[in-house]
Design a protein around this ligand. Structure first.
Ligand code: LMR
Length: 328
């Protein structure tokens, strides 16, 4: 019985139907922190696993571990280098220990739309940035967008001033800290799987995230409402260990890379629709969403955008200009 139960637990842990690898197949483990379904990253990871398991059957087998069931975003970076997992997709905000260049993606109000993000990430400058973590032993395989971020708190936020004195959970990003402090609020870095509890118990008053994270993690249930600020990008680096990638047979590596490229394109094309669906799901579940007038939004922009200057030295003015020129 115990054997049967643990087999059941393992099957439930891995989110895709192909989790049972055959003898002789190389196992590719993909660990991430979000919902397995109805989320741009959860769905992209499943799509990738389905394609690898079908097209590389007999050679490779991918298992996906969603919802921080295997590692959180800090631990997963170490696990990649140790070979305990082969793929991860932490948000670009979580790479501060490996490169300061990705601070670019966290600059508030840099990208007006997800199309502008796509224009930049597929440009030469964007592709070059995939290499930013190479010296640390990682290879970036692609950018996966997740959405633009919205603020929520335990009280209504209409003007940035409303956030004054509140404490917000942020990712491990100094840009986010600076941005929150510019609002007269304080920031606390917390792992993603700690956010719901921290909001519920009042350890923090608010948070900022994409529609699909706010919906699938049920943050809206423990907040007064969500303010549609679209103030910052949430996007991921699909990342692997360079040692693992270089250790693959050339034809296996080529096939794997061509599948990851195709899935990256397909997943990014679908993000805006998935985000719109999550926004609607929040409304349908009784969540409160506050839209801003153009004048109100301008106040958020003028409060937060000055932080760009603080990080220009780490990122480079040329890169900021190249990213800012997309879609503006
Ligand atoms: C967060 O920590 O808020 C996000 O990076 C989680 C995620 O992976 O979307």
């Amino acid at each position: 019985l115990i054997g049967a139960l643990s087999a059941l637990a393992l099957t439930t842990l891995a989110s895709n139907a192909y989790a049972q690898c055959d003898d002789g197949e190389m196992v590719i483990k993909f660990s991430h922190v979000v919902a397995a379904k109805g989320h741009p990253k959860g769905d992209a990871a499943t799509l990738l696993a389905e394609r690898v398991n079908e097209e590389m059957n007999g050679t490779a087998c991918m298992e996906v571990y969603p919802n921080s069931t295997l590692y959180d975003d800090d631990k997963v970076m170490e696990a990649l280098l140790l070979g305990d997992v082969q793929l991860a997709a932490p948000s670009l905000a979580k790479f501060e220990a490996y490169t300061l260049k990705y601070r670019l993606f966290d600059l508030p109000f840099l990208f007006p739309t997800l199309d502008a993000v796509n224009d930049f990430t597929t440009s030469d400058a964007g592709k070059e940035l995939l290499k930013a973590t190479e010296d640390e032993g990682y290879t970036g395989l692609g950018y996966w967008s997740s959405g633009l971020k919205q603020f929520s708190a335990g009280k209504p936020l209409v003007e940035p001033n409303d956030a004054s004195g509140l404490k917000f959970r942020v990712q491990t990003s100094d840009v986010a800290v600076a941005m929150i402090e510019a609002m007269g609020a304080s920031a606390q870095k917390l792992a993603f799987n700690e956010v719901y509890g921290a909001l519920q118990t009042g350890v923090v008053d608010g948070q900022e995230n994409s529609w699909c994270n706010i919906y699938t993690q049920k943050f809206f249930e423990v907040q007064d409402g969500i303010t549609e600020t679209n103030h910052q990008l949430l996007a991921y680096l699909l990342v692997t260990s360079t040692e693992w990638l270089e250790g693959l047979e050339p034809e296996v590596r080529d096939q794997f890379l061509s599948i990851t490229d195709a899935v990256t394109q397909e997943a990014n094309a679908d993000v805006a629709d998935k985000e719109a669906a999550c926004r609607q799901n929040i409304l349908d579940a009784g969540g409160e969403i506050r839209e801003l007038t153009p004048e109100q939004r301008e106040e958020w922009v003028s409060t937060m955008k000055p932080v760009w200057e603080q990080f220009e030295g780490d990122i480079g003015a040329d890169l900021i200009n190249a990213a800012a020129s997309n879609g503006s």
